[in-house]
Design a protein around this ligand. Structure first.
Ligand SMILES: Nc1nc2c(ncn2[C@@H]2O[C@H](COP(=O)(O)OP(=O)(O)OP(=O)(O)O)[C@@H](O)[C@H]2O)c(=O)[nH]1
Ligand SMILES: [Mg+2]
Length: 222
């Protein structure tokens, strides 16, 4: 009797990618621009989204912005974003380390389907904090924004080349902490650029606001 090893991972990833294309058609039909934030736990995704949402509300009004927050548990991030008056939906994956298309489909149903979605100009999706899995499961967004923070270390991009390569925008957050953690920013930027020359790299601090203006201009001008 031969031994068989079945690797289902690839099929799941391929199927999700197929569904993501269908989901993308819905975004296009609704006329909504979708920004997905991905990155390790605590890298500052919600903090950056707060800064971006603040500006989006100023420019377009709170009625035009929706946010879907993915987390294993709690509604903490959604509560933070709800303070800006925008529409929020929390997805609790109950243990799954990333969002998949059906999670987002369910959240969109909660927003009223494609018709409901068409009321918004921007949909922001924050994926579960994880620097590996979410990058393998596209959600059809216009831009996938990778957030890494300086305290994760100088080698973060080199150690996660696939995540770095599939991202459209790379954000290095918490630059205010760089002197304290002994990280050379130029090394981090260089490694990100080497791995993914097509993605612009932004150095920001969600805490002080440094670099957020440039990031916002890029995200809203595309
Ligand atoms: N010093 C400093 N702290 C920051 C910065 N951005 C975020 N933080 C802090 O880092 C911690 C994590 O920030 P979050 O925005 O919750 O990170 P996250 O990536 O959304 O976390 P998860 O959703 O749990 O993966 C919080 O205590 C923030 O206040 C920054 O630019 N500088
Ligand atoms: Mg968060």
């Amino acid at each position: 009797m031969p031994r068989t090893v079945v690797f289902v991972g690839k099929d799941i990833i391929r199927e999700n990618a197929r569904l993501a294309e269908k989901l993308r058609e819905k975004y296009v039909k609704a006329g909504v621009k979708v920004l997905e934030f991905l990155g390790g736990p605590g890298s500052g995704k919600t903090s950056i989204v707060e800064r971006i949402v603040e500006r989006l509300v100023e420019d377009y009004g709170e009625d035009k912005i929706a946010y879907i927050g993915g987390d294993v548990a709690t509604t903490l991030d959604t509560e933070r974003i709800a303070k800006y008056g925008v529409t929020v939906v929390q997805v609790n994956t109950g243990g799954v380390c990333h969002l998949e298309v059906p999670h987002v489909e369910e959240a969109i149903r909660a927003l009223g389907g494609v018709e409901g979605l068409s009321k918004y100009k921007y949909l922001i999706i924050e994926n579960v904090g994880n620097i590996i899995c979410p990058f393998n499961f596209p959600l059809g967004a216009d831009l996938r924004i990778m957030v890494a923070d300086v305290a994760e270390g100088e080698d973060k991009f080199v150690k996660h080349p696939l995540s770095t390569r599939v991202s459209d925008v790379i954000v290095i957050n918490k630059i205010d902490l760089a002197p304290y953690v002994g990280v050379r920013l130029e090394k981090l930027v260089e490694s990100a650029r080497n791995l993914n020359p097509r993605a612009p790299v932004f150095l920001v601090s969600a805490k002080t606001g440094e670099g957020i203006g440039e990031l916002y201009s890029y995200l809203t001008s595309r």
